[in-house]
Write a protein that binds this ligand. Structure first.
Ligand code: NAP
Length: 679
């Protein structure tokens, strides 16, 4: 008898005592594993996550968490063959597995990289700038994101047992939340295999990842207002979770990624002999057949201009007739089976419903020719199915056939194309194939409120396009309305979804102390040692240099104009400059002011400051006229040691002031500084 799948709870593996029920190989119907509804105590798992996992993750900075994600991805890459073999048993062929397994690992790498580049090496994220709230500058506010002392429970669908888990786990972990993963039964054996490898690596702190297989009993019931429930699956289950008392009254944050009737639109500008026509047809067929169409992002509705409907239907049918259906590990087969026979029955039902208002133009829902030794009955094989909607058809906008099924629907105007796209009641993704910029603007802006992502495809971006159906870790994934209304990934946006944003009001000094980030208006510490002589172990937030003064002469301005070639009239032509409503005479170049400021604050000898790698937020506030005197105040604002280097980044607040003490330029100077002894 095959093994009963285990759960990983409270630091050990829990194997159910009963036999469980068999999980079938999608290709043959043979038993791959068994799954039991007898699980560990979900309430105890949640408590373990909150009490052990959460504190351990929150003790790490964003950069440390990001490094762990990268190491986990590298570790998992070493077991790809093992995962590929199991993935084939779910019905996923090599191409499908690349989306799930490699796509999942790629998502970990991407979040790791975003975490290190876009988040501070700290545990708090600042959101937006400082809000001054009083005239005197003693009362200000700053929005901050902090980690919740809760748990992220992630309930996943069967179709992406690896990617589906990792795309939720990565942002939650970066955000400082421990995760409890609940895979869908049908393909849980692959998720279990990946979790086993993660746990044995010892890379993730204990309690930051637990796995519950075969049951969801007690999971939602024990969540509270600091917890997040991330769900991917059918609209029907999404509805149950939305109505759960703990979501309705208990304050649990719920994110739903549900089904979606995604469309692809052929622009009215495209003729049958344009490259765009082929791109459109190829994309629709790819989206119908990858994962045998069991993708939440697959194209279900093919929207085409009336005059092109016959040509598109013929071209799609011709291409679909070349799709070889066979076992997932058969290299000759282009499309594998559905995940199980139950899915095939469900698909046949959906096609029956769709046929109430659409005609079958390709494929037989009840029969399919399979390649090689595959058995069309014991494996969950189906033919790709193309339908053509009759005028006024409603079903294609209501029913999600979760398999290789699409319906061609014709439109008569750009406005109608937008209306039809919207009839999906909210979709994860839409695509438009066009080269006409007016068409693109009208359709994309009209359809955008109904979509989480829109791809505009044509001959110019086709080579580099990542495709209609591929959610990208750096882009938001999710859609309004029927698609669930949730939003995942999107780079650091996905991390922030797991955190709490709070507006903190107080004095600038208080905000500096609370956030660890120097706040405008707070104390500046001017000592005897130039801050550029201090390495990261010595430098403190608030360390400041107040420079000597320098008078800007006309000779300086003339020299700068001639030397750089920037002879804009405001710096060179007295009469024209006098007529300028902002300047009223010759003024120094803004870049001259910034260059002179660098000359005033720099400490020239070799030392811990290794490089200046840019400036941020540069604003020229008051013009500097010849004869005026400037000085600069430079304050250490943010210190970010790099985890994998012997230096880090220091952001300095720079304010250049004139004779009256008014600010003439403000900006952040960005430097790399050596860590020193204690770094
Ligand atoms: P499903 O039947 O809704 O199941 C999804 C998950 O919910 C499974 O883990 C399931 O566990 C669990 N579940 C079921 N009832 C539950 C309840 N009352 N409380 C808590 N958890 C419960 O969906 P599916 O058939 O696996 O997935 C196919 C659907 O997912 C399609 O409609 C597809 O469009 C959608 N999908 C959406 C996305 C997206 O990103 N938007 C991605 C992939 C798939 P058991 O397996 O133990 O029942």
């Amino acid at each position: 008898m095959s093994e009963v799948l285990a759960s990983y709870a409270q630091g050990s593996w829990f194997t159910p005592a009963d036999e469980g029920t068999p999980l079938a190989d999608a290709n043959t119907g043979a038993t791959v594993a068994r799954i039991s509804a007898q699980g560990p105590d979900a309430a105890a798992m949640i408590a373990h996550a909150r009490e052990v996992g959460g504190p351990a993750v929150r003790a790490l900075t964003f950069h440390q968490r990001a490094n762990i994600l990268k190491e986990v991805a590298k570790h998992l890459m070493g077991y790809k063959e093992e995962f590929y073999a199991l993935s084939h048993r779910t019905g996923a062929n090599k191409r499908d597995t690349a989306v799930d397994v490699d796509g999942g690992f790629g998502t970990l790498f991407s979040f790791s990289s975003k975490g290190r580049r876009e988040l501070p090496n700290a545990t708090v994220i600042l959101d937006g700038g400082l809000e001054p709230l009083g005239k005197e500058g003693t009362f200000v506010a700053q929005h901050v994101y902090t980690s919740r002392p809760g748990v992220a429970v992630q309930i996943n669908a069967f179709n992406f047992p690896v990617w589906g888990m990792l795309e939720k786990l990565a942002p939650a972990f970066l955000a400082g939340l421990p995760s409890i993963v609940k895979p869908a039964d049908q393909t849980a054996y692959l998720t279990v295999a990946v979790v086993e490898r993660i746990i044995e690596s010892g890379l993730m702190p204990e309690g930051s990842l637990q796995l519950l297989t075969g049951t969801h009993e007690g999971l939602v019931e024990n969540l509270g207002p600091q917890d997040i429930l991330g769900f991917t699956g059918s609209a029907a289950t999404g509805r149950i979770l939305r109505g759960h008392p703990n979501v309705v009254d208990g304050g649990v944050q719920l994110n739903v990624e549900a089904d979606s009737l995604n469309c692809s639109i052929l622009g009215p500008d495209v003729a049958a002999d344009d490259p765009e026509f082929d791109l459109f047809v190829k994309q629709v067929v790819a989206e119908m057949t990858v994962k045998a169409g069991q993708k939440c992002t697959a194209i279900r509705r093919v929207l085409v201009p009336e005059a092109m409907a016959d040509a598109v239907t013929e071209a799609l049918s011709a291409r679909l007739s070349k799709v070889v259906v066979g076992a997932a590990d058969d290299p000759e087969a282009k499309m594998g089976p559905l995940t199980d026979l139950q899915q095939r029955d469900r698909l046949r039902e959906s096609v029956k419903t769709l046929r109430a208002s659409s005609d079958l133009v390709f494929g037989d829902p009840d029969a399919v020719e399979v390649h090689g030794d595959a058995d069309a009955e014991s494996g969950a094989f189906v033919s790709p199915i193309l339908l053509r909607a009759r005028p006024g058809a409603q079903e294609p906008h209501d029913v999600e056939p979760f398999g290789p099924v699409s319906t061609v629907i014709s439109y008569s105007s750009v406005g109608e194309a937008v209306e039809l796209a919207a009839r999906g009641q909210g979709s994860l993704v839409g695509s438009l194939v066009t080269r006409d910029e007016d068409v693109a603007r009208d359709i994309v802006l009209g359809a955008a409120p109904w979509h989480g992502r829109i791809l505009v495809l044509n001959r110019d971006d086709a080579k580099e396009s990542t495709g209609h159906g591929s959610p990208m870790p750096v882009l938001v994934h999710g859609g309004p309305g029927r698609a669930g209304g949730g939003e995942e990934m999107g780079g650091v946006r996905g991390v922030k979804h797991h955190m709490q944003r709070t507006a903190v009001q107080g004095t600038p000094d208080m905000l500096t102390a609370i956030t660890g980030h120097w706040t405008t208006g707070s104390r500046r510490d001017i000592g005897d040692v130039h801050p550029f002589r201090k390495d990261l172990s010595e430098l403190r937030i608030g360390d400041t240099i107040s420079s000597a003064e320098r008078t800007v002469s006309r000779a300086d301005i003339d020299h700068f104009a001639e030397f750089t070639g920037d002879t804009f009239y405001a710096h060179t032509d007295e009469e024209a400059a006098a007529a300028n409503p902002l300047f009223g005479g010759i003024v120094a170049h803004g870049y001259l002011v910034v260059s002179l400021a660098a000359g005033l604050f720099v400490d020239p000898a070799p030392g811990p400051v290794l490089a200046n790698f840019g400036v941020d937020n540069l604003r020229f506030l008051t013009p500097v006229k010849e004869g005026e005197t400037i000085k600069v105040t430079l304050t250490a604002k943010q210190i970010t040691p790099r985890t994998n280097a012997d230096y880090g980044e220091v952001r300095w607040d720079a304010v250049v002031t004139n004779t009256e003490g008014d600010p003439v330029a403000t900006y952040d100077v960005l430097t790399l500084v050596a860590k020193g002894e204690e770094g």
